[in-house]
Ligand binder design. Structure first.
Ligand code: FAD
Ligand code: FES
Ligand code: MG
Length: 274
């Protein structure tokens, strides 16, 4: 994995035997710790393991990324959320940005196994952020890479590549696009697919606490209606999502998160930007 992203392979046989593409778990890293949601990037029912791929952002993700082989996590609850809609749509274009590449992996596999022609587009700041490349290549009919700095593949954002691809291949409009990554990336992809009426599914990442529909912290607005990301999603029709509201709600605890992270970093004598 790249420097700031870590994959944890967790022994959790019940979750591994039930997990479906698009689902997530809620993890509590330590007894006093907060709960955070993480997507199940891979599951192996025979081995009883799940793969959680985590980007170091603040206190809890840093703590999880610092775990070593044989360590324990206090709680892992799941699988949660409605699984991805998988059927034979025809041509499906699956787009992952940054750590959002990880959740595309089970969807790419499932879409391929359902008989779709799969076009995968992954993007990161630079080539060291391109994760799961071998697995994605294996299950894709077309595989495209984008980097912000041009260190590999198309220089620019995945949305820019998609726009160019659609212009250059006018007769090959995908039947469905799935986009997972930062809010602005998912919105930019929807802006590209909107005019052509290409159905676009996004996986929303609102702040979640319980992950079971009880606390309301994951409220999002879809088609003018309030929905809960954890139980009604996390996947929604991107053309109906209020991305502005999602983005502003994601930032409401920034001050507290900064303080908490600074305390954690002081204690662990390491430097990290959030
Ligand atoms: P903090 O400093 O506490 O927060 C940094 C930022 O992360 C915040 O500003 C906020 O935007 C977001 N965040 C903080 N707390 C939460 C929370 N409880 N729920 C959601 N977002 C939060 N990240 C990954 O690296 N890998 C994944 O596979 C992954 N899957 C996700 C699946 C879902 C359904 C959702 C909703 C989020 C997912 N995330 C994933 C995001 C991950 O949960 C946050 O990065 C993490 O909670 C940050 O915690 P922190 O304490 O390290 O950072
Ligand atoms: Fe509590 Fe969705 S996380 S209702
Ligand atoms: Mg936190």
């Amino acid at each position: 994995m790249c420097a700031d992203t870590v994959s944890l392979i967790i022994f959790s046989p019940v979750i591994a035997s039930k997990a479906k593409a698009g689902q997530f778990v809620v993890v509590r890293a330590s007894e006093e710790g907060e709960r955070i949601p993480l997507t199940i990037a891979e599951s192996d029912a025979a081995a009883g393991t799940i793969n959680l791929t985590i980007l170091k952002r603040g206190k809890t993700s840093s703590l999880l990324c610092s775990l070593n082989k044989g360590d324990y996590i206090t709680d892992v609850a799941g699988p949660l959320g409605i699984p991805s809609e998988i059927e034979k749509f025809g041509t499906v274009c699956i787009i992952g940005g940054g750590v959002g590449i990880a959740p595309t992996v089970p969807i790419i596999k499932a879409m391929k196994e359902a008989g779709n022609y799969v076009i995968s587009i992954i993007g990161a700041r630079n080539c060291s952020g391109l994760i799961f490349e071998d697995t994605i290549k294996k299950y894709s009919d077309q595989y495209h890479v984008c980097t912000d700095d041009g260190s590999m593949g198309y220089k620019g954002f995945v949305s820019g590549f998609l726009s160019q691809y659609l212009k250059e291949n006018p007769g090959k409009k995908p039947d469905r696009v799935v986009a997972i990554g930062p809010v602005l990336m998912m919105k930019a992809v929807c802006d590209v697919t909107g005019p052509g009426g290409i159905k676009t599914i996004v996986s929303l990442n609102p702040i979640m606490v319980d992950g079971t529909g009880m606390c309301g912290s994951c409220r999002v607005e879809v088609d003018g209606k309030t929905r809960f990301g954890c139980v009604d999603g996390p996947e929604f029709d991107g053309h109906l999502v209020d991305f502005g509201l999602l983005n502003s709600r994601l930032n409401i605890y920034c001050d507290e998160e900064k303080v908490s992270n600074e305390k954690y970093m002081e204690k662990h004598e390491c430097k990290m930007k959030i």
